[in-house]
Design a protein around this ligand. Structure first.
Ligand code: PRP
Length: 180
């Protein structure tokens, strides 16, 4: 298995999640919020973020998509593997993603959810890799901008490995692949 180099420590992640949550709490004060985590990658971030939103009226749902499958480069075709359980119409929706890379996944999800007429739709991503963008997507909350390395940990995988790491890391160059 490739070696992993730590890029963002558990402490730095926790501190940034707290800051993002404080912003979100301010923005959604007095409103009912539906947080939608994008599986699988965002499961850890979503779990930490919603626990920092105490004081808000929050519901949580998940949507599972796959844009890469076994490939390391996106095909651009996003498949919904598990749809939302709750209706989105009339809700204030916050879409939570682990990583924004080409933007194709988020573009697809924003179009998909917009068609269901939410009251509002915002995006929160933990990691942004701006150098890889193929389509522009509006993002409201960003945790960290990161370099173009293959990222793992804190929910994010390499061949389904490393999702459980408590930090965000990068595969070491000599063994790394070319995505995330
Ligand atoms: C990853 C990540 C994002 C997407 C970002 O998901 O979790 O959803 O890719 O890439 P993009 O901006 O280039 O579209 P992946 O398809 O690897 O599935 P996973 O979340 O189940 O690991």
């Amino acid at each position: 298995m490739p070696q992993v180099e730590e890029l963002i420590s558990p402490q730095a992640l926790a501190a940034r999640v707290k800051e993002l949550a404080a912003q979100i709490r301010r923005d959604y004060q007095g409103r009912s919020l539906l947080v939608v985590g994008v599986l699988k990658g965002a499961f850890v971030f979503t779990a930490d973020l919603v626990r920092a939103l105490d004081g808000l009226d929050v519901q949580v749902d998940f949507i599972a998509v796959s844009s890469y499958g076994a490939a390391t480069e996106t095909s651009g075709t996003v498949r919904i593997l598990k749809d939302l359980d709750m209706p989105v119409e009339g809700r204030h929706v916050l879409l939570v993603e682990d990583i924004l890379d080409t933007g194709l996944t988020l573009r697809y999800l924003l179009d998909y959810l917009s068609r269901q007429r939410p009251a509002s739709l915002r995006v929160c991503v933990l990691l942004d890799k701006p150098s890889r963008r193929k389509v522009e997507v509006p993002v409201d909350y960003v945790g960290f901008a990161i370099p173009d390395r293959f990222i793992v940990g804190y929910g994010i995988d390499w061949a389904e490995q490393y999702r459980h790491l408590p930090y965000v890391g990068a595969l070491r160059e000599e063994e790394g692949a070319d995505r995330e």
